[in-house]
Write a protein that binds this ligand. Structure first.
Ligand code: GLA
Length: 376
């Protein structure tokens, strides 16, 4: 009887387990880097990318864990007679291999963008029908990360199209992080764990508080699908871009870290205010994102305009984020246990234990307080 029960439980576990993770050994914690799109759109060239790589190092971002420098759309202009993809010769006169070498010489990694359809979203040549050739080209340049978009795909099957590029990347022989960008159209969280390392869950972000809250809500139910090697991607960061206050940038960043989201900065790293640099390089908050357990936070309390999010960490500790969506400050409280001490990850100080085990904080409008429990 007992054996039958164990067998049934085993089968149950098999079915309950999420899709097997892509077996490329990459992105065991959410990838960290920078992408050109949010700030520069199509205005990309090799000088900009090199300057960004320099700034990644000099600003302390590399030391804080950021690695990938990713060129988004518009680097490509045509295919040659052999079908090889051709980078814009005016904007990238030295070619992509030289740029990759420069980025690698800084101890960073190089990422690029293409599209599963005939054309990219900006009308440049896509990879449809050239998947294996493109993957080989990327590998020969030294590409470490591919973001793969979904424009101009007609009646293509989403899953099959992404599987083709997954297999092409694997056949290239170079380890390349695979970032799916089909905007959550085909519920990628249900199947993409065995196809890519991360998948966009929504349409594009923009630097407004309203959009960031929308994307947060859309990601809240997806917590069970994230884990080492396979992450929900609520889109690249808008931290430091015009449209968000510094406080909103800090909330956006903290929330993305709680969600175990890829941390792909999207601002001009060459001209950051000290306050924005401090947000992007807060190592204590980044440590939540990069925690090896790889769990995405769940929203455990939602009351009027306030919320509490909870993220289990390796070693048995827990992070809590108190969010105030309102236009006025809110007094918030959370029972955390009478012996529990916490660390405030923005004040950088230890606190507690608290009377009756209740942690209290005044949370400013559009603000957050982020704490983690300290081992007893
Ligand atoms: C789509 C993607 C964006 C960006 C642009 C580039 O909109 O979702 O992240 O890559 O294409 O054209």
């Amino acid at each position: 009887m007992r054996r039958i029960f164990l067998l049934l439980a085993g089968i149950g576990l098999l079915f309950a387990a999420p899709a097997f993770a892509l077996n490329n050994g990459l992105a065991l914690t959410p990838p960290m880097g920078w992408n050109s799109w949010n700030k520069f759109g199509c205005h990309v060239d090799q000088d900009l990318i090199k300057q960004i790589a320099d700034a990644m190092v000099s600003s302390g971002m590399k030391a804080a864990g950021y690695q990938y420098i990713i060129i988004d759309d518009c680097w490509q202009v045509a295919r040659d007679a052999q079908g090889n993809i051709v980078p814009d010769p005016k904007r990238f006169p030295d070619g992509m291999k030289a740029l990759a070498d420069y980025i690698h010489s800084k101890g960073l990694k190089f990422g690029i963008y293409s599209d599963a359809g005939t054309n990219t979203c900006q009308g440049r040549p896509g990879s449809r029908g050239y998947e294996y050739q493109d993957a080989r080209t990327y590998a020969s340049w030294g590409v470490d990360y591919l973001k793969y978009d979904w424009c101009h795909t007609g009646t293509q099957n989403i899953q099959a199209s992404y599987e083709t590029m997954r297999d092409a990347l694997a056949a290239s022989g170079r380890p390349i992080v695979f970032s799916l960008c089909e905007w959550g159209l085909d519920d990628p969280w249900k199947w993409a764990g065995s196809v890519g390392n991360l998948w966009r869950t929504t349409g594009d972000i923009n630097p407004t508080w309203q959009r960031i809250m929308q994307i947060l809500d859309l990601n809240a139910p997806l917590w069970r699908y994230a884990g080492p090697g396979h992450w929900n991607d609520p889109d690249m960061l808008e931290v430091g871009n015009p449209g968000l206050s510094t406080r909103e940038s800090k909330s956006h960043f903290s929330l993305w870290c709680m969600l175990a989201a890829p941390l792909i900065a999207g601002n001009d790293l060459r001209h950051m205010s000290p306050a924005i640099r401090a947000v992007l390089t807060n190592k204590e908050v980044i440590a939540l994102d990069q925690d090896p357990l790889g769990r995405q936070a769940r929203r455990i309390i939602q009351q009027d305009d306030t919320e509490v999010w909870r993220k289990p960490l390796s070693g048995g500790n827990v992070a809590y984020l108190l969010l105030n969506r309102a236009e006025t400050a809110k007094e918030m409280s959370l029972y955390i246990g009478s012996a529990t001490r916490v660390r405030d990850l923005w004040k950088h100080q230890d606190e507690g234990p608290f009377t009756n085990g209740v942690f209290q904080a005044n949370v400013p409008p559009h603000g957050v307080v982020v704490i983690r429990t300290l081992s007893q």
